[in-house]
Design a protein around this ligand. Structure first.
Ligand SMILES: Nc1ncnc2c1ncn2[C@@H]1O[C@H](COP(=O)(O)OP(=O)(O)OP(=O)(O)O)[C@@H](O)[C@H]1O
Length: 602
């Protein structure tokens, strides 16, 4: 089987600016059931920021009442209004930030993780196989936990940096339109400047996110593949690749920081200079006599008060971008549609399989893998798929299991198009035994039981016995309750294979796909696995992918697949006398002495 090792090239970073509306929608979609609470929290923070601006604007009448001669009667009502507004600000902010400390954020990220996990279950397997495990991990945990968690905090900074001065400046317009207008020009200038820098920021962050995901994938692949690398004595070379991946990450970070901090300093300086100009103009107008000292003093205090949130916001602007990138990645993952369910939903009652004029290509612009492929695999019989590597054998089984849909033609089980079979029913109809067996870090018992969760212990044991697993399971330190993680790589290839067959036996699906399960085993293991397979395939519709023709010489039907077409089909003896492709393959294998004398009838 050609396992899918292709790592998709990272999507080209998008240069455009994501509109606020889209971001808001993405955020609300990510928040799912917490969306109303999040909306309330964010609106609460906006209202708090605006009220804070109004509270600061109270300084204008207050200073007016105190300067040049203090007038208590005019001052105290504004003191009261200021206090009331300040209290309202605190209440609103506490309530809004409660989104975090009341656990809504934790619920939101938990739900999002669950939703993404569910999406992994629903998305076409082919799309999932295109992503490396480490990259997926970086997407899931990185995007959700490391980035989205700070949404409310960062939003709070942003609201205080932009909305508070905006509200104060609007009030100031009534006192002195020149100063008010100048302030209105300086603070909201932050937004266009930020949006202007966004494409570069965004590019940097997307490249950084991709570099992180790539490094994450490389680390996982390196650690998991270490035994193979050591055996091939190429761990050094691979480590070199890992180093290159780290170096790339460092490079991207350095460039990102340069590209990110420089504009940050520029934006901060522009705003600071703008504020100084406002102050200078105010002083000039006071000297000229067109502005009162009281208004200027109030504006001075206000500007000083605005400076801190502004600085905080500018230094956190990059986190804002991280959140945007995370939202985009989550949205992209959630946007992958599951394969459409054809109606009406049907359940097959027979288990013969037919491929009818199937055309398939993995991507729109890729060359076709199957072209007009037609074949019939009778029920309760064994069909072997043989042919040169890359001919399309694995693809045929993938289409049967509906990892993807063909572009033309149809695949049927018992005459029912697989597109009309509900996914969980289709899963229950087909068992697969791969060459590489995946065992989970759970007990041996549970690793077998996962094929049918409701199976009793006795049923699991019976499946294990039929799959020739009893001898080695009973030798394990805690027998059936030994955790796979505990024994690490102590199970041999044949033993792992037999666990996988025990799973398939327990599942007892009417169709069994065997993808070269014995190809990598030594003769002794192969005999045991072969016996287990014999128990598994009784009365089933079986498809075997085989390279060593001697292992399938006894098949009821042999299908030769080359360049996406079924070239020949028949029994071994018929195909040999036919002197076609199969006969040539057989001869070639014999001549290089790669055949096994003891051909077993699977
Ligand atoms: N996920 C994938 N994305 C793109 N192309 C793929 C993918 N999987 C397989 N292919 C391509 O499709 C063609 C058929 O592959 P397939 O794995 O079906 O052949 P095969 O006959 O099973 O080969 P082998 O005997 O080596 O396992 C090959 O050219 C392969 O490169």
């Amino acid at each position: 089987m050609s396992t899918t090792t292709a790592t998709t090239a990272p999507a080209a970073p998008r240069a455009g600016v994501t509109p606020w509306r889209t971001l808001w929608q993405q955020l609300m979609r990510s928040a799912a059931s917490e969306a109303p609470a999040l909306r309330r929290a964010l609106f609460g923070l906006m209202a708090a920021a605006l009220l804070q601006g109004l509270a600061l604007a109270c300084l204008l009448p207050l200073f007016d009442a105190l300067l040049p001669a203090p007038h208590w009667g005019r001052a105290w009502p504004w003191l009261v209004v200021w206090t009331a507004l300040a209290l309202a600000v605190q209440v609103l902010r506490w309530r809004a930030l409660g989104f975090d400390y009341h656990g809504h954020m934790a619920t939101m990220t938990h739900q999002l993780r669950t939703q993404l996990g569910e999406q992994l279950r629903r998305m076409p397997l082919l799309k999932l196989q295109d992503k490396r495990a480490g990259e997926m991990n970086a997407h899931l945990l990185g995007s959700v936990d490391e980035n989205l968690n700070y949404t409310v905090t960062i939003f709070n900074f942003a609201a205080q940096a932009v909305l508070t001065p905006l509200a104060a400046a609007l009030v100031l317009m009534f006192w002195d339109w020149r100063l008010g207008l100048a302030m209105l020009l300086v603070f909201p200038a932050l937004i266009p400047m930020y949006r202007w820098r966004m494409p570069a920021f965004g590019r940097g962050f997307r490249i950084l996110a991709q570099a992180n995901a790539r490094a994450s994938g490389d680390i996982l692949e390196y650690s998991q593949g270490l035994p193979v690398l050591r055996a091939a004595r190429s761990e050094g070379a691979r480590a070199q690749r890992l180093q290159e991946s780290f170096a790339h990450l460092e490079n991207v970070q350095v460039i990102g920081q340069q590209k990110g901090s420089k504009p940050n300093v520029i934006i901060a300086s522009v705003v600071e200079v703008g504020l100084l100009l406002v102050m200078a103009a105010g002083v000039a107008w006071v000297v000229q006599g067109s502005l009162s000292v009281a208004v200027l003093a109030a504006v001075f205090v206000m500007l000083t008060r605005f400076a801190e949130p502004l600085a905080t916001f500018i230094s956190f602007m990059s986190i804002f971008q991280l959140i945007e990138t995370a939202l985009e990645r989550v949205a992209a993952l959630l946007a992958i549609e599951p394969l459409a369910q054809a109606m009406p939903v049907q359940i097959p009652t027979r288990y013969d399989i037919a491929f009818d004029g199937v055309d398939f290509r993995y991507a729109q612009d890729a060359s076709p893998v199957l072209q007009g492929f037609s074949a019939h695999m009778p029920a309760h019989s064994l069909t072997a798929l043989v042919g040169p590597s890359g001919g399309g054998k694995t693809t045929v089984t993938r289409l049967l299991m509906r990892h993807a849909d063909p572009q033309a033609g149809r695949v049927t089980i018992g005459g029912v198009d697989v597109r009309a079979i509900a996914p969980e029913v289709l899963n229950s109809l087909v068992s697969v035994v791969f060459q590489d067996v995946y065992l989970f870090d759970d007990t041996v018992l549970n690793n077998i039981r996962m094929a049918r969760l409701e199976a009793s212990d006795d049923e699991v044991r019976e499946a294990a016995r039929a799959a020739q697993c009893l001898d080695f399971i009973e030798r394990l330190p805690h027998g059936w309750n030994t955790r796979i993680g505990e024994i690490g790589g102590r199970l041999s290839g044949g033993e792992r294979q037999r666990i996988s067959i025990a799973r398939a036996l327990l599942k007892n699906a009417p169709i069994v796909v065997l993808d070269e399960p014995t190809a990598a085993l030594d003769t002794e293991s192969e005999v045991a696995v072969q016996r287990a397979i014999e128990a598994l395939v009784q009365n089933k519709t079986v498809i075997v992918i085989a390279h060593r023709l001697s292992t399938i010489a006894g098949a009821q039907q042999i299908l030769v697949i080359d360049q996406g077409r079924a070239l020949e089909h028949g029994k071994h003896a018929e195909l040999i006398t036919h002197h076609g492709r199969y006969a040539a393959l057989w001869k070639a294998q014999q001549s290089v002495k790669q055949w096994r004398v003891s051909s077993t009838s699977t």
